[in-house]
Structure formats: structure tokens, C-alpha cells
Ligand binder design. Structure first.
Ligand code: NAG
Ligand code: NAG
Ligand code: NAG
Ligand code: NAG
Ligand code: NAG
Ligand code: NAG
Ligand code: NAG
Ligand code: NAG
Ligand code: NAG
Length: 736
């Protein structure tokens, strides 16, 4: 009974506290905000009030971050952008039709909202997201918004804000830079998603009406503020359906304060992060980033490759003016080597291009239900059709065709897609004959060598068989020999999950082959390690890894979901780790400092230690990992570390055995214990050595091998010279 009483009292207290604390973030119909008062969101992160930018004396109503100790405010939204108030008479009220009205000097209206719905009693609230919303009092605190500031962005895109169109209401949300740092009125630069002329939505930064940067929103990679290396980290979302088309982001780690701003001087969009330790914003990613990001830099049918020379003509095209092209004036672009023969449709064909940033889709056409073959025919049937591809950006279904010159293509290194560009038959023939010559040469060489290879292969196989039998006898002695209950995946399942191992899905290159991200039919995300045929990992290491990991279950070890063996394909299917590997954080100056504070680093070190302890002591088998390093530690979405890559692991059997000897030293230099490198002796201590190196790296943020210091050869040397881990901060005195 007493417990119940306490519960009642405490819920009452809670309620009381809630109502009091939330009073300051809401204004009700009878209240107003004048120049000397502000509204603060309930968690204290945003504030609404009047401010004067720079040295200007004009007053504007705006929203800024509250808890930031920096000179000048970081304003994220302005109401009366072009209509300043020149004294302190400003007053924000809700009028009797439920609209926000800002009065200025002499009670004139300088700004107001226009809600579609009229309500008698409306209230205004500043949310913790920085969104100022108007609701009907009758609907209460969870009612729908009659109006919200997120629908009318200024120069800043905050997490949760939509950049794009509401196709039902026609509302377009784009961001526009200030005129200058003292005038928030929109200048000439805007950034938004456009789809009026085109079937494919595209995002442009414009200078007035001129395009200066184009981003394809579909894969999110080239979008403002996105990271090509870690797309998952920024949690971007692109929605395109009959109702809406928009881009939105939300950092996967909640504690990150992040904003994307279109800058009025540089005309670029920049992603900023708030760094608590420094009490400062750090610019993180910015677009346009290089010459190839400048819209249409290489002219019509030109392809920006970035260096020496910056521009090339697409294959099958030549500079329109060779003279100008030689002088690095690319503006005239390229024309065809051989004209299309158009009328006789069977005379033209297509050349496949892979790895291009797709051309501007302003003059394109899309049909989502056509297949690629129909698409090709459709393109051949129209003389102005230049290229086609599947309209689904991930490849596969649908049809997109381009008309006229191909503009703004770039040789994308990581995220390009394939496209078929129309060529005349004679152009294709020329290509064909070159290809044929090459093929014949290759064929001759192949015939000569295949005999040699065959002999070598048979010798190799015999040896391997013998070794396998030997190893099995050695490794499995005394070990429980139970059946594996590991799901076998069909090759077809893996292919469809990874989109036929598309380069877009490639996560990286492990020791024995590439790793791909995949999505199973049910939506589960997986990581597929595809063992390259040429890799050293034969059946031996493969079965070794499968058997080992299948038996291991620990929260600090990557979980194996299954494997796939078909033909000569061997694949391991793991749970997907959205944050990638540890090395990408600790050795990356910006994201490392930003995302890994001391408690997190400590947490990661302890996690690795727990995983290792399990391998060494607590699992049924005693396992030596033999290749512990930063790139083999993966991070889940809560930054919990998980040890991966057991390709080189060894089991030690027979209870008290703690070491062994090998005639094949494997592992990664920089992490290997000296006795292992020199004498091939390995034991759990080899892993402990690697762990020590890893700890040094995690706390110093430097690579053991890449470390440079005049008096010591590497990080370990440096640590032992300076001795005492207690002075570990000397490695990077300026960083914390
Ligand atoms: C704020 O300004 C209003 C109108 O200018 C005035 O009536 C009020 O007294 C001021 N309040 C404070 C706390 O200065
Ligand atoms: C403020 O602007 C009004 C016109 O909108 C003008 O009449 C007035 O003189 C200005 N006041 C000051 C202090 O500049
Ligand atoms: C202010 O408003 C009053 C009454 O509407 C008008 O007579 C006066 O001229 C206005 N003053 C200015 C500076 O606009
Ligand atoms: C409320 O403000 C809106 C926008 O300025 C205006 O259209 C409407 O007439 C106002 N309603 C009243 C009753 O003043
Ligand atoms: C915007 O462009 C116009 C001409 O197109 C130019 O006159 C004006 O100075 C530009 N504004 C800014 C802020 O650059
Ligand atoms: C924007 O356009 C103006 C002309 O309208 C030009 O002077 C200026 O250099 C352009 N700025 C950029 C960044 O393209
Ligand atoms: C734009 O960039 C300039 C120069 O880098 C900087 O001084 C200014 O503060 C930036 N503006 C915004 C809104 O970030
Ligand atoms: C799209 O393609 C399908 C299948 O070929 C066809 O039936 C349909 O008419 C096409 N739609 C348009 C608008 O061309
Ligand atoms: C070819 O496509 C263009 C652009 O869509 C269109 O205007 C033209 O009518 C088409 N021609 C034929 C023969 O379909």
C-alpha cells in the first residue's frame, strides 16, 4: 500500500514538474513574445526570439541554438527575412484565425503565417527539434500541425527537416543562403530538389537560375552533407512516392548536434558538427568539393575525371574544338566521332558505360514498368534519344531515356552506375575490332599458359589435400565434433540480396576478398564476405572460419548467420554492422574526435577485451585470433565493438595447452608479437600483444605503423620510450 502511495505522489510530482517546465516553450492565444522575451524548447536546446545579425541594428525574429557558449548566435531559422524591424517594438502573437502574426514598428504587420485551416484558439510551441509549430488548442499537445517552421526553411537544414516537395499540396521546401552575414534576406544561392521538368527528381544548388551543383538524391551519396564513406552514419532518407519527394537526415547517434547550411559566400552547402570539448562548430563535409562537382564542368558529352587532364570526352566522342580543348577550355564540350544513322534503326547500337555519375535528367523520360529490352527499343525508335538505363537506380527494372547532349557526367569512383549510350554502327564496329584483337592475343596467351597451370594445379591440390588431412587431425583432436546447425544460403538469395554484388553495396575489402552489404527479402541487413577465388583462403581456412564462428556466441563477436557454398563461390554471411570498422573512426581526424569521446573509447577497449577473454578462456574451445587489429573490430549502431574475421584463427585443444608453433606466419605486421614474427611461436599472448597495440591506437588515434616521431620507429617504440601509459596523452597533446 505504501508503495502505491509513493507511486501516486511521484507521478503527481512528475506531472507538476512537466507543466511548469513546459510553460516556457508554448505561447497560448492570450500571450505574446516581445523583443525582450524568448521561447525555449523544453529540453533547452533551441530558443526563439529577436536578434540582430552581425553589426546590424535591424531586429529579426529567429530560432537559434540555446546552450552554446559562442560569440554570436547560430541562427537556424528567420521569420521576417527581408522585412526587418528597426526598433524593439517587435511582437509575435497568434490572431483569432489561428495565424502567427509579427508586428513591427507602429503596429505594422511585418510577417505572418497563412494556415489553410481556420481555428479559433491556436497555440504555438517550440519543439526540441527546433521546429516552431502551431496547433489547435482543442487538439492538444499531440494534435496535427496547422503550420510549422520546418516547412519554410531558411538557410539551414536541421535533422528531421524535409527538403523536397509535398506533391499533394504543392508545397516546395528548399533552403536559400542569406544575402550576406548581416542580411538574412534570400540571396542568389538556393538548394532544393527539382522535378518539374524531369521525371527523375534531382537536387541542385543554383546561383540565380544557373545550376552550379547537381546531386542525385537517390543514393544519397552525393547529397549535401552526406559522406560517401559512411552513408549509414548520417541516417539519410530519400522518399519518392506519389505523395511526396524529399530528402531528410537524422544522425544515427543521438548526441550529435548537426546542421547543413548553404553558405552565402562560398555558395557551397556545408555540414557542421558541434564539438562539445572545444565549444565550437567544425565544418565536416562540403559540396561542391572538387572541380568535377561544378555543374557541367566538362561541357556537353564531356566526362570529368578530375586530374591530368580534368576532362575527357566520353568514349565515341571528340572535342568540339581540339584547339580550345588543348588549352584546357572545356566549355564547348564534345561531339560524336561518327554521326548517328538514326533513320535505319538497325544501324545504331549502344555502348555500355560503368561507373559514371549519371547525366543530368532534365531532358529525360521514365517508364517504371518497361524492361531493359523494351527500353532499348524505345530509345532506338527516337532519333533524339541518346542513352538509356533502368529507371530503378539500383539497377533492374524500369526504363529511363535521355534526350540531347549528356551533361554533367563524372567518373565516379565509388558510386557510379551503368548506362547505355547510343553509338553509330561504325563506331561500335571499331570498338569491336579493337576488342577482337585484344581477345585473340589473350586467347593465345591463355592456351600457352593453361597447360602449365593445369600441371601446377594438380600438384597444388595433392599437397593441399594432404595438408588438410593433417590439419584436421591436429585441430580437431579432442574437440567435440558435432554437426553444424548453420543455415546454408542459396547463391541466388545472396545475389538478389546484394544486387548481384553491385559495387554500390561494397563495404570494403577484407583479407580474403570483398565484403558486400545485402538486404534479405524480409528486410534483414547482412554483410556478405565473398572469398575471392584467387585469395589465399582455400577450403581450409573457409571451413576453419565457419566451424569456429558457428560455435562462438558472444556479444563482442560478430555473429555468423550462415554460409553459402556453391560451385567455386564461398561466402560467409554475417550480421550487418552499420558503423563499419573501428579503424575508420580512430584514424579519421574529424569523425574520430567527434564520435569517440573518452567514455566511448573506454567502452570499446573493454568490449574488445571481453571478446578476447571469451575467445581465450570462456568459450568451449580455446581460440587464438591471430589477426586482431582495428580493421577487424566492427561497431554496431550503438558503437559496441565486435571482433570479426576469424580466417586465421586457431583452436588450441586439450585444456591446458596455451601455445603452438607454426611454419606459416600469418597476420598483420604492426600487430604481431615479436616472438611470432621471428620464431613462429604463437599463443594467447600473441593476441594480447595485438590487443596492446590496439589499445595504444585507440587512445592515441594514431596507427602503430604509420606513426612518425623522430626518436622512435613506431607507436609502440614511442610508448615505451616515454614509458608509463599514464602519460599516454603525450601522443596527441593538442587533441583533447
Ligand atoms: C518587455 O517589453 C514590453 C514592451 O516593450 C514591456 O511592456 C515589458 O515591461 C518589458 N519587460 C521586461 C521584463 O523588460
Ligand atoms: C523605422 O522605420 C520607419 C518606417 O518603417 C521609419 O518611419 C522610422 O523612422 C524608422 N525608425 C528608425 C529609428 O530608424
Ligand atoms: C504610425 O501610425 C499612425 C496611426 O496609424 C500614423 O499617423 C503615423 O504616421 C505612423 N507613423 C509612421 C512613422 O509610420
Ligand atoms: C490573421 O492573420 C492572417 C495573416 O496575416 C490574416 O490573413 C487574417 O486576416 C488575420 N485574422 C484576423 C482576424 O486578424
Ligand atoms: C545576385 O545576382 C544579381 C544578378 O544576377 C546581382 O546583381 C546581385 O549582386 C547578386 N546578389 C548577390 C548577393 O550576389
Ligand atoms: C553567380 O552568378 C553571378 C552572376 O549572376 C556571378 O557573378 C557569380 O560569380 C556567380 N557565383 C558563383 C559562385 O557561381
Ligand atoms: C560562410 O563562409 C564564410 C567564409 O568561410 C564564413 O565567414 C561565414 O560565417 C559562413 N556563413 C555561414 C552562414 O555559415
Ligand atoms: C510504360 O510501359 C508499359 C509496358 O511497356 C506500357 O504498357 C505503358 O503504356 C507505358 N507507359 C507510357 C506512359 O508510355
Ligand atoms: C522523341 O522524343 C522527343 C522528346 O521526348 C519528342 O519530343 C519526340 O516527339 C520523339 N519523337 C518520336 C518520333 O517519338
Amino acid at each position: 500500500m505504501g508503495g502505491l502511495c509513493f507511486l501516486l505522489i511521484s507521478t503527481n510530482l512528475l506531472f507538476l514538474f512537466f507543466t511548469i517546465s513546459s510553460a516556457v516553450d508554448i505561447i497560448s492565444p492570450s500571450q505574446s513574445i516581445s523583443d525582450n522575451t524568448t521561447l525555449v524548447s523544453s529540453d533547452g536546446s533551441f530558443e526563439l526570439g529577436f536578434f540582430s545579425p552581425g553589426s546590424s541594428t535591424n531586429r529579426y525574429l529567429g530560432i537559434w541554438y540555446k546552450n552554446m557558449n559562442i560569440p554570436g548566435r547560430t541562427v537556424v531559422w528567420v521569420a521576417n527575412r527581408c522585412n526587418p524591424i528597426n526598433d524593439s517594438s517587435g511582437m509575435l502573437m497568434i490572431n483569432s484565425t489561428g495565424n502567427l502574426v509579427l508586428f513591427g514598428q507602429n503596429k505594422s504587420v511585418v510577417w505572418s503565417t497563412s494556415s489553410v485551416k481556420r481555428v479559433e484558439n491556436a497555440m504555438v510551441q517550440l519543439l526540441d527539434s527546433g521546429n516552431l509549430v502551431v496547433r489547435d488548442v482543442k487538439d492538444g499537445i499531440s494534435g496535427p500541425y496547422l503550420w510549422q517552421s520546418f516547412d519554410y526553411p531558411s538557410d539551414t537544414l536541421l535533422p528531421g527537416m524535409k527538403l523536397g516537395w509535398d506533391l499533394r499540396t504543392g508545397l516546395k521546401r528548399h533552403i536559400s543562403a542569406w544575402k550576406n552575414s548581416e542580411d538574412p534576406c534570400p540571396g542568389n544561392f538556393t538548394y532544393g530538389i527539382e522535378m518539374e521538368l524531369q521525371a527523375y527528381p534531382e537536387a541542385y544548388i543554383r546561383n540565380g537560375t544557373a545550376k552550379i551543383y547537381r546531386a542525385s538524391p537517390f543514393n544519397g551519396l552525393t547529397f549535401c552533407g552526406s559522406s560517401e564513406k559512411h552513408p549509414a552514419r548520417y541516417g539519410f532518407n530519400f522518399v519518392y512516392n506519389d505523395d511526396e519527394v524529399y530528402y531528410m537526415y537524422k544522425p544515427t547517434i543521438k548526441s550529435i548536434t548537426s546542421r547543413i547550411v548553404l553558405n552565402q559566400t562560398t555558395s557551397s552547402c556545408i555540414r557542421f558538427h558541434w564539438k562539445k570539448e572545444d565549444e565550437a562548430w567544425t565544418a565536416h563535409l562540403s559540396r561542391p568539393r572538387d572541380v568535377c562537382d561544378h555543374y557541367g564542368f566538362c561541357g556537353a558529352n564531356g566526362n570529368c575525371i578530375g586530374e591530368n587532364p580534368v576532362c575527357q570526352c566520353l568514349k565515341g566522342f571528340k572535342p568540339k574544338s581540339q584547339g580550345k580543348w588543348n588549352l584546357a577550355d572545356w566549355s564547348l564540350g564534345c561531339v560524336r566521332n561518327k554521326p548517328l544513322s538514326c533513320q535505319k534503326t538497325d544501324k545504331d547500337g549502344f555502348l555500355k558505360f560503368v561507373g559514371l555519375k549519371l547525366p543530368d535528367t532534365t531532358h529525360s523520360w521514365v517508364n517504371k514498368s518497361m524492361n531493359l529490352k523494351e527500353c532499348r527499343a524505345k530509345c532506338l525508335n527516337n532519333c533524339s534519344c541518346m542513352a538509356y538505363r533502368s529507371s530503378d537506380i539500383r539497377g533492374g527494372t524500369g526504363c529511363a531515356i535521355w534526350f540531347g547532349d549528356l551533361i554533367d557526367t563524372t567518373q565516379a569512383l565509388t558510386s557510379g552506375q551503368e548506362i547505355y549510350i547510343r553509338m553509330s554502327a561504325s563506331e561500335l564496329e571499331e570498338n569491336d575490332s579493337k576488342l577482337k584483337t585484344a581477345l585473340i592475343v589473350v586467347a593465345v596467351i591463355a592456351v600457352v599458359f593453361s597447360g602449365v597451370l593445369l600441371v601446377a594445379y594438380y600438384i597444388h591440390r595433392r599437397r593441399k589435400k594432404l595438408k588438410e588431412i593433417r590439419d584436421r587431425n591436429q585441430d580437431n583432436e579432442g574437440a567435440p565434433n558435432e554437426d553444424l546447425e548453420l543455415p546454408l544460403f542459396e547463391l541466388a538469395t545472396v545475389i538478389s540480396a546484394t544486387d548481384n554484388f553491385s559495387s554500390n553495396n561494397k563495404l570494403g575489402e577484407g583479407g580474403f576478398g570483398p565484403v558486400y552489404k545485402g538486404t534479405l527479402a524480409g528486410g534483414q541487413e547482412i554483410a556478405v564476405k565473398r572469398l575471392s577465388r584467387s585469395s589465399g583462403q582455400g577450403m581450409n581456412e573457409f571451413m576453419n572460419e565457419v566451424i569456429l564462428i558457428a560455435k562462438l556466441q558472444h556479444r563482442n563477436l560478430v555473429k555468423l548467420l550462415g554460409c553459402c557454398v556453391q560451385g567455386d563461390e564461398k561466402m560467409l554471411i554475417y550480421e550487418y554492422m552499420p558503423n563499419g570498422s573501428l579503424d575508420s573512426f580512430i584514424f579519421d581526424q574529424t569523425s574520430g574526435e567527434l564520435l569517440l569521446d573518452w567514455p566511448k573509447r573506454y567502452h570499446i577497449i573493454c568490449g574488445i577485451a571481453r571478446g578476447l577473454l571469451y575467445l581465450h578462456q570462456d568459450s568451449r574451445l580455446r581460440i587464438i585470433h591471430r589477426d586482431l587489429k582495428a580493421s577487424n573490430v566492427l561497431l554496431d549502431n550503438e558503437m559496441n565493438p565486435k571482433i570479426s574475421d576469424f580466417g586465421l584463427a586457431r583452436t588450441l585443444t586439450g585444456g591446458n595447452q596455451t601455445g603452438g608453433n607454426t611454419n606459416r606466419v600469418v597476420g598483420t605486421y604492426g600487430y604481431m608479437a615479436p616472438e611470432y614474427v621471428i620464431d613462429g611461436l604463437f599463443s594467447v599472448k600473441s593476441d594480447v600483444f595485438s590487443f596492446g597495440v590496439l589499445v595504444l591506437e585507440v587512445i592515441s588515434g594514431r596507427k602503430n605503423k604509420g606513426f612518425y616521431h623522430p626518436t622512435s620507429p613506431n607507436l609502440i617504440g614511442h610508448a615505451s620510450i616515454n614509458s608509463k601509459l599514464s602519460s599516454c596523452c603525450t601522443y596527441a597533446p593538442n587533441r583533447w
